[in-house]
Write a protein that binds this ligand. Structure first.
Ligand SMILES: NC(=O)c1ccc[n+]([C@@H]2O[C@H](COP(=O)([O-])OP(=O)(O)OC[C@H]3O[C@@H](n4cnc5c(N)ncnc54)[C@H](OP(=O)(O)O)[C@@H]3O)[C@@H](O)[C@H]2O)c1
Length: 279
């Protein structure tokens, strides 16, 4: 097995611009004890990236999981997000500090604008993000759910560099234009809902590739994303799913597999609130 044979190590873990390319998502992992244990389990198994947000109501539990894990803080890439009601500059500064307190850390590796919505104002919001960056409270600035034109505007305005745009991305929502826009600006793409919230298990082309490799549909989806240069943050609660997803790091798809996934014609967006910029 990949993990037991030592093939996934801090040295072999893939990174994109310093960001570990597989992370643990935590949305809806809200039972505090369960969430802390999911985070601890993932870190001790070898994960090096954890994704949370103010809106997930679990930053304290994520911090508890990090504290429990026998892994040094400096070896963990920790990301959180400022919610859409907190994007006025004073609120960014105040609530980011509250997030750090809940997480029990001095700084986070990545702080995202969760959505370009409600109180988001490019100049005002990003000035506060740059201030946090200058103070060393955040190692990187990120945006999430930004359309290409919003990303370009943010790059133009923000004094600090923008590391990543976190968007929904999986074989049934391949987002080619958005990936290209990010690549043109040297912005990393982070895929949320990378296994389509479980629906990759029902996709015939992915089922076929999973059977061929004797692996799970989740691993196929995650390996395809990695092949595209995209970082993925699957959410998993228990040890079996956490392990299955980590083992995707050792799955190599061949060109036929990639072509077959590239040509899945189906579109299935899983996260689509009214305030999304595409609505
Ligand atoms: N920026 C944003 O606006 C935004 C939006 C959505 C999500 N996100 C982030 O992205 C993360 C991932 O997205 P997501 O939670 O929407 O969906 P996802 O990761 O695509 O799917 C999670 C679901 O798949 C199940 N699962 C995970 N691994 C599995 C495996 N190997 N085999 C079978 N089932 C498996 C999980 O079950 P168990 O929990 O039972 O393991 C859960 O029900 C979130 O947790 C969050 O951190 C960000």
């Amino acid at each position: 097995m990949a993990i037991e044979d030592g093939s996934i190590t801090p040295e072999t873990y893939p990174t994109a611009n310093g960001m570990p390319m597989l992370g643990l998502g935590t949305w809806q992992n809200t039972d505090a004890e369960q969430c802390a244990e999911s985070v601890r389990t993932a870190l001790e198994m070898g994960y090096r990236h954890i994704d949370t947000a103010q809106a997930y109501d679990n930053e304290e539990a994520v911090g508890e999981g990090i504290a429990r894990a026998d892994v040094d803080r400096e070896d963990i890439f920790l990301a959180t997000k400022i919610w859409i009601s907190n994007l006025a500059s004073d609120d960014v500064l105040e609530t980011a500090r509250a997030s750090l307190d809940r997480l029990g850390v001095d700084s986070v590796d990545l702080l995202y604008v969760h959505w370009p919505a409600r109180t988001y104002d490019p100049e005002d919001t990003l000035a506060a993000f740059s201030e946090l960056y200058e103070e060393g409270r955040i190692e990187n600035v990120g945006v999430s759910n930004f359309l290409p034109e919003q990303l370009e505007e943010a790059i133009e305005i923000c004094d600090a560099p923008i590391l990543a745009n976190q968007v929904e991305l999986h074989p049934m929502l391949q987002q080619p234009a958005l990936r290209e826009a990010c690549q043109d600006h040297d912005v990393e793409v982070v895929a949320y809902s990378p296994i389509a919230r479980g629906e990759v298990f029902d996709q015939p082309a992915i089922q076929e590739i999973a059977d061929k490799h004797g692996t799970s549909e989740a691993q196929v989806s995650l390996a395809w994303l990695r092949e595209k240069g995209v970082t993925a943050i699957p959410k998993a609660t228990g040890e079996a799913h956490i392990r299955d997803n980590l083992e995707s790091l050792t799955l190599e798809l061949d060109q036929d597999d990639i072509d077959a996934i590239d040509s899945i014609g189906e579109t299935n967006r899983k996260v689509d609130p009214d305030f999304a910029p595409w609505n």
